[in-house]
Design a protein around this ligand. Structure first.
Ligand code: SF4
Ligand code: SF4
Length: 262
């Protein structure tokens, strides 16, 4: 049985996207005049515990340490290229005009960046013809065939992870530079920050050259506010000494809270 994924080049995955980008990719994206926002997520964390599980090692290596009140957290910061409708790089024939230099995230779709998350065709935009056992999938999208991943995709997934690890220190500096001190609770919604795009490009270029960037006077000294829409999560966070804020009380001028379902 052929279980290879077979892209039909329908272009569906090139619409209405939030694309995670490395610092290098973000510089290219902004230089081309496209829009970029910053996603921050908090993972509550117990310090001084030896991290041995692969999933925790992975989380720790892609995040930086932070404090929210009395709560230790790891902060996952992601640079997100975004657009409504058609990607600015998609031409009218559904071809990517930057195909040779397109972001790694584009190269691996529909496979998952996190190898620990199984690929679920029901969550993907690809038409049924792209999947093995397509008839079965049409009738019952809950069936997950084992889909063979090609070696190029496998290498690209590893590169995304390596870039995430390499970019962590610079991402912490970026948060300090822009005075970003709020984050969503991981797996509980997304908090995006909108900053001046020229300043962001300039800061990214400096960081890529290992130059320092100044710290905003609004920068959090140590404390992060964790934003959630869940009343239960809010009271849980506060009960363990965290600084938490309901999403409805967020200042929405330069931030946007997005539900997990969007
Ligand atoms: S950069 Fe290219 S591959 Fe990526 S979403 Fe845009 S058109 Fe699609
Ligand atoms: S949605 Fe799937 S099948 Fe269509 S172009 Fe993207 S990867 Fe290929």
């Amino acid at each position: 049985m052929d279980n290879a994924f077979n892209c039909t080049q329908c272009g569906e995955c090139c619409h209405n996207l939030n694309i995670p980008l490395s610092i290098g990719e973000a510089i290219d994206w902004l230089s081309a005049g496209h829009k970029l926002k910053i996603l921050t997520e908090a993972i509550p964390w117990i310090n001084d515990v030896a991290v041995t599980q692969e999933v925790l090692i992975r989380k720790k290596s892609m995040t930086f340490n932070g404090i929210s009140g009395n709560l230790s957290i790891r902060v996952l910061m992601t640079l997100v290229g975004y657009f409504d409708g058609r990607c600015p790089n998609l031409d009218t024939n559904k071809n990517c005009t930057i195909y040779e230099s397109r972001p790694l995230t584009c190269r691996i779709y529909p496979f998952e960046m996190n190898p620990m998350i199984p690929l679920n065709p029901a969550n993907k935009l690809c038409p049924s013809e792209a999947w093995p056992e397509s008839e079965t999938l049409n009738k019952a999208k809950t069936i997950h065939p084992i889909i063979v991943m090609d070696t190029v995709t496998e290498k690209n997934i590893k590169k995304i992870y390596a870039n995430s690890v390499a970019d962590v220190a610079s991402k912490k500096e970026l948060c300090l530079h822009f005075g970003i001190s709020t984050c969503s609770l991981s797996n509980n919604g997304y908090l995006f920050h909108f900053v001046d795009q020229q300043k962001l490009l300039s800061a990214l270029e400096k960081l890529a050259l290992n130059q320092t960037i100044n710290i905003s006077t609004d920068a959090p000294k140590t404390d992060w506010f964790i934003v959630t829409e869940s009343e239960n999560a809010l009271s849980d966070l506060i009960s363990v000494g965290g600084k938490a804020l309901h999403a409805r009380n967020l200042s929405l001028t330069e931030q946007e809270f997005m539900h997990l379902s969007r």
